[in-house]
Write a protein that binds this ligand. Sequence first.
Ligand code: ADP
Ligand code: MG
Ligand code: MG
Length: 922
Amino acid sequence: MGRSIYFFGAGQADGDAQQKDLLGGKGAGLAEMTRLGIPVPPGFTVTTEVCNAYFAAGKVLPAGVEDEIKAAIGRLESLRGAGFGSPEAPLLVSVRSGARASMPGMMDTILNLGLNDEIARGLAQRTGSERFALDAYRRFILAYADIVLGVPRDRFEEALGRARRQAAAKLGVDATRLNSAELERKVPDSALDPESLAALIQRQKDIVLGATGRPFPDDPYAQLWGAIRAVFDSWKNHRAEVYRKMHDIPEAWGTACTVQAMVFGNLGDDSGTGVAFTRDPSTGERRFYGEWLPNAQGEDVVAGVRTPHPLSRSGEGGGGGVDDASSLEARMPAAYAGLVEVQRKLEQHFRDMQDLEFTIQQGELFLLQCRTGKRTGRAAVRIAVEMAKEGLISQREAILRVEPGSIDQLLHPSIDPNAPKDLLARGLPASPGAATGQVVFSADEAERRAGQGRAVILVRSETSPEDIHGMKAARGILTARGGMTSHAAVVARGMGKSCVAGCSAISVSQGRMTVTIYDEHGRATGVITVKDGDLITLDGGTGTVYLGAVPTIPAALSGEFEELMTWADAVRRLRVRANADTPHDARTARNFGAEGIGLCRTEHMFFDEERIQAMREMILADGEVGRRSALAKLLPFQRSDFVGVFREMAGLPVTIRLLDPPLHEFLPQDDAQLQQLSRATGVSVADLQRKSEGLAEYNPMLGHRGCRLAITSPEIYEMQTRAILEAACEVAAAGIEVEPEIMIPLSMTRRELTLTRALVEGVAEKVFAEKGRRVDIRFGTMIELPRAALRAGELAEEAEFFSFGTNDLTQTSLGISRDDAGRFLGAYVEAGIFAKDPFQALDVPGVGELVEIGRDRGRAVRPGLKLGICGEHGGDPSSIAFFERAGLDYVSCSPFRVPVARLAAAQAALAAESSRGPRATD
Ligand code: ADP
Ligand code: MG
Ligand code: MG
């Protein structure tokens, strides 16, 4: 282990921005800002290595670290001219967590550490404000008790309520009938006088004594060791674990711990605290943006307890409404100017949008944090493109800056402006996108109901990190309190979820929300009650809440988005196709830039009312003659479907997979359907039942399906081939270029392909003769069984292309049924057996190796063999990176994923260029 402690202060720092691994993002940012000459309260960072050593030793700090920390405190004391534990000139510190990747609010931070009764008196004297000193003290006890001593915050609620009522009585407010939220509004923290604070502190200490059996620690160093340990421990708390899993952050990284001299934003009206972004994190617009609260400490802004004010005079900066006079620019012009200067410097230095925390103590500005700002997908695209145009970054960097998954939200629907809607309330546009769902009031309930497949909107007064699982499960989030940088807003933007925050017209309690309705003059005219389970719709882009479900329209893509896609397409090597079964899907895919269809499933075409009947007749027919006559009824339907798809995909390849699922999937599910079929066919219900029982299988996934159907009943594939080629001829006759590719599912031997190929070619010759024209067709197969990958050499003798069906290839390689995996796959991921769900992110070492084997053996026989993939993995960025390294020709994914895949493919190409990636081996 290297050094344990990195000091920063007075313009010098041991560490710098490169050392995020060691110092965490926060520690590295503080060191770098210090080096840049930006005002930062001095402090030091205990490294992530110390954290890991602490856990390795069974939660014991490594030898010598405590002495090093004492020495660093000594340096802090002399820089500040104060003493840690000194009542005359008290040095207070914050103890802050900070991992390599930013995990906002997931871990713990303790402010105002170093206080006891005597020191609090000293602080009161020194600052001239007893109220301030006691407020800092009671906040410290509360946080310390919760985070370090494990006494939950709500145990103190009652005591705080009592203090508020005491203060209310002195203010002449009748508090008897107020609930706790109303009481808090009438008697905010700032209205608690020294006397009630002193009483509150005593009560809090009593609560701690009662709960832990020990007095609250008075010794500042005892407090410090406890806090550092708790910060390390918070790396493994439940919410941090959930967050790490969602964002693929390894547990092995550990967190750093920064101890920093306190500055106070709550020292009066010339003090304050806030959060700022160098560009708008929601839209990406280039304007200084943020929120602040006068006379407050850091956590107040994020906690959403008070609704903050904008930074800039234009009023746009914050979420609090358009109140110019409350802006920082108006209230503290000098500090504002300093902040503008700092933010400019930081953005230029880091060459990316920054998210800043600042505090102003009696007019003096201090920066407390800077990091790359989280942003919506829309903002990410705009910022990347504009920064490239400003010359701050290159076009390639711009491509690499946008997380492919994040552009998904741009492609999602928004509220139809012309649809009738029932406006309920307005809040802040915290995270864009439209979402409709049932109202739920707790995170657990959100998770439970989403698990049943229901769309839910999580409604809370404000969210806290404990709500993270519910936010993840919900379609959208609505909060009554908090600004644009509240927990709800930040987390929702990160997840790409619709969020309306700070909707002050609503009030949430006991399983219902009441919404006060205002007229255009802002007068309350009525109240609506919304209950658990009622439908509402959020428009996170405008901050509007509607009653009921409101229709949505497809996304309109911005100019910046098109531009970024053009840059991406220029560096991309992998082609991107779509999985599309209908002309409508084909058009959507093409609009999103698909370069063909990689998988057109024909079975979906059989489920329409008229067709399913003919399909069932075919399945239940007694012999080939019966089957053929039923198939003849299906032919015109199939043909017209293909005509539509070919037209939409003019000039681009269309891979059509012949029938794949087992036939019993098409059979009647209930008595009514059975009777209807019996009437139509004249076969008795009993006979039909017997037949359909005869078709049932123990394990349909491995049963009579795919090309196995063609071996027993070739007439099905014959009809399909005819439909495809008649359609192709018809479209070609209209002067439209067609590129049909016929794909055989589930093959594993050469013989299967020899037979099906002969069948396809036989039909083709007949159709071409009938139509008096030929079209080029390609014949190929899916590779979705391990045997097919292993015997790819012989399959390639028949097939001109392979499409790796990685869904089934994953099922059959792992021997795991995707439909049953839900019961244990979570545990597998938890236990670290799989890093991620292998049905979402390709199992590169296993299934990936089969893909490579298939590629090598196939191309050895047929050098020009075209290779694609058409599983769920075709739209997954990490899997796409592998397909790029593996040298496939194309990926195919759902139409809405096409832009994601284009961007991911471009990033993969850039990555491959700078280093040829490792092979798919462990
Ligand atoms: P998080 O990672 O949850 O944002 P932080 O460590 O950044 O936690 O701290 C929480 C809040 O306390 C922030 O608003 C921060 O600005 C404020 N804060 C932290 N350290 C200090 C300090 N030394 N002086 C004043 N405010 C501080
Ligand atoms: Mg912070
Ligand atoms: Mg399959």
